[in-house]
Design a protein around this ligand. Sequence first.
Ligand code: NAP
Length: 249
Amino acid sequence: MRLSGKTALVTGSSSGIGRAIALRFAREGADVVINGRDERKIGSVVNEADTIGRKVLGIRANVGNMSECRAMIERAEAELGRLDILVCNAGVFHHTPFLKMSEEEWDEVMTIDLKGIFNCIRAAIGPMVDRGWGRIIAVTATSGVVAPPQMAHIAAAKTGAHGLIKSIAAEFASSGVTANVIAPGLVDTPILGNFSEQALQDFARRVPIGRIGRPEEIAEAALYFASEESAYVTGQVLNMSGGAVIANG
Ligand SMILES: NC(=O)c1ccc[n+]([C@@H]2O[C@H](COP(=O)([O-])OP(=O)(O)OC[C@H]3O[C@@H](n4cnc5c(N)ncnc54)[C@H](OP(=O)(O)O)[C@@H]3O)[C@@H](O)[C@H]2O)c1
């Protein structure tokens, strides 16, 4: 098993991509922390992960709040022994014309999708550096690469996250801590709830591979970046869009 003896915290793992990553890590031998803001959703994924046989902890915390992040990571380290792998995946989605974009919506996206990554890394990286081993992975979006219309806040936050991760990668490369990004295109999760079936089909037709992605496919890339096999890879952005970035970007 590729993560045997490791511990991992996946933010936003009470749903969608984060859930798939946490379950994949547990199946590879990692003890995992399931996080989100909704206790009921966290509990349901904790129950699922429990059947795999690894230690599983559910922690409710808002990644946009530094003290909640610190408390979550301290608890994870106390109950799992240490934290080896941090996946910053929690995020929200809004598709809003710029002339209708409110300051509140802008701040919400920045706080969760960008500052949330800073908060979690800031709270978790010190002991990784002290131990000389750590894996940091951010789940962003291809909107941080190609910047589609009506997503100015998401594009700004995800592009910012790419800069943040690259700088962390450079600063801690010699300490055995890698930091990489997975930038998905559309993936079949509850975050797409506001899209009509027609809009999703139209989008899928523009994807060279001919469909939107599956959370389990993103989890395979996260497993690589979390594993020993990726030790010589840091500061990279992996686009996972079925070819949409090269064809439409
Ligand atoms: N699905 C896509 O098409 C797609 C495409 C590109 C990028 N992404 C990115 O992939 C990541 C995961 O999205 P998803 O598609 O899996 O969506 P999802 O199914 O809606 O899951 C989002 C997760 O983030 C959590 N979350 C949201 N705000 C949080 C906060 N402030 N603190 C802690 N947890 C929070 C949610 O829990 P609560 O509901 O309990 O808060 C949930 O567990 C996001 O960063 C998203 O931008 C998704």
